[in-house]
Write a protein that binds this ligand. Structure first.
Ligand code: C5P
Length: 410
């Protein structure tokens, strides 16, 4: 059994989907996990604690003030658990967790967690779409939590929308996958580029693009979770540094190029998620350019960082990953890019899907395979990419390719 010996706290908050937590507890136990339940007050209104006591053989923790808890039960549970999964996670519970409140059994245990934290949100689709929920979810993810769902389906009131809790079996599958990943990148050094580049026209204007950096930052935080040491070479973005990453801030493509060229030989894995400007103004005007009747800009090519690493790599990096944003013939164009840039994996996105959202739909293209993935969060996609990277790292012998240089045509 795949969750054999794993110690899991199931935290339950007060939503209709709380009844499904019964099934989740059973499923986790069926797969070999040892389960302890913690419930918010509201959760106990939906399902009786006695149900979980019967299933697990242990009374759920429901009240931090109960006299029969010797010592600090939340500290003990936080230390005991290999993982905590909050299912269902309501809008209210995630808001409280995001603000760092710790005034009930579930929140206090989350605050003391040693292991991984998972939330399986369940709520009406408008509550899920609410700006406050989205901001809180983003904060929780930034701090390392994993969101499992929600999924689109029938909600408690019969409407169909995005807000339904992931099915218990799927939650158990996700936990298994996370445990299997474990520290698979421990001892590996991963260099990641992220964000746009800004190519200055004058002291106040630049040419840029809409990249938010979220994809590269998600890869950085997931690689850190999986034990890697991470260097993140980032263009200008509005995102907090992933905790534990060595962040190198750059602005223009040439700075990014220099930062990567200085470091790529120390990296086992290089992942180029940045949206690097292909051109820069030939001249950067020393003073603000004055208005006239028109303005002609002379642009020159920037170095292609990915192609340069692909051409110069020897022993390291063992795995080189690029991205491709294409409007047509996605897979074919990505495969062409794979060869031309000397990469091992290209993450191909349809240009129509945009750059800025929190989700992404990608096809992972390798020399002899292509896997089309459904739309998923950038963090989930980051893990899919790292799963492939991890598999490629196991592959021997390592390649020592010298392919096309930076000036190869598109
Ligand atoms: O050729 P294209 O821009 O479509 O390739 C995209 C991939 O190449 C991305 O991984 C991007 O980070 C990388 N790239 C780069 N330097 C450039 C242009 C793209 O590293 N100047």
């Amino acid at each position: 059994m795949s969750l054999q010996g794993k110690r899991i706290v199931v935290g339950i908050s007060g939503g209709i989907a709380a009844f499904k937590a019964v099934e989740l507890v059973r499923e986790l136990m069926r797969r070999g996990a040892e389960v302890q339940v913690a419930m918010t007050n509201a959760a106990t209104r939906f399902v009786g604690p006695i149900t979980f006591a019967g299933l697990t053989g242990k009374p759920p923790v429901t009240d931090l003030w109960a006299e029969d808890y010797a010592g600090e039960v939340h500290v003990e549970l936080g230390e005991w658990a290999d993982a905590i999964v909050v299912a269902p996670a309501t809008m209210n519970l995630m808001a409280r967790a995001a603000s760092g409140l710790a005034d009930d059994a579930v929140l206090a245990t989350l605050a003391c967690a040693r292991g991984d934290i998972f939330f399986a949100p369940a709520m009406h689709h408008r509550m899920w779409a609410h700006e406050a929920t989205q901001a809180n979810v983003a904060r929780l993810i930034e701090r390392g939590a994993v969101m499992l769902g929600p999924v689109t389906g029938t909600l408690a009131n019969g409407e169909i929308g995005l807000g339904r809790m992931m099915e218990p079996e799927d939650i158990a599958d996700e936990l298994e996958t996370q445990f299997a990943r474990g520290d698979d990148l421990a001892g590996r050094h991963v260099l990641i580029t992220a964000g746009p580049t800004h190519e200055d026209l004058d002291p106040v204007r630049f040419l840029g693009n809409r990249s938010t950096g979220k994809m590269g930052y998600a890869i950085a935080s997931q690689a850190l979770r999986r034990g890697a040491s991470v260097t993140l070479v980032s263009g200008p973005v509005n995102l907090p540094d992933p905790r534990g990453a060595d962040v190198v801030c750059v602005r223009a493509a040439r700075e990014m190029h220099e930062a990567v060229m200085q470091r790529f030989e120390e990296a086992d894995v290089v992942i180029m998620a940045a949206a690097v400007a292909d051109y820069r103004p030939e001249q950067r005007a020393p003073r603000k350019i004055k208005k006239g009747n028109g303005l002609q800009l002379e642009l020159v090519r920037n170095p292609d960082i990915l192609a340069d690493v692909g051409a110069k790599r020897g022993h390291r990096p063992a795995v080189l990953v690029g991205f491709a944003l294409e409007t047509e013939n996605l897979e074919q164009a990505a495969r062409h890019k794979l060869e031309r840039k000397g990469a091992d994996l290209i993450v191909a996105n349809a240009a129509s899907d945009g750059l800025a959202g929190d989700t992404n739909r990608a096809t992972l293209v390798e020399a002899s395979s292509a896997t089309s993935l459904p739309e998923m969060s950038k963090h989930a996609l980051a893990n899919q990419i790292l799963d492939r990277v991890s598999a490629l790292l196991q592959r021997q012998p390592r390649r020592t390719a010298t392919k096309a240089g930076p000036d190869a045509p598109n």
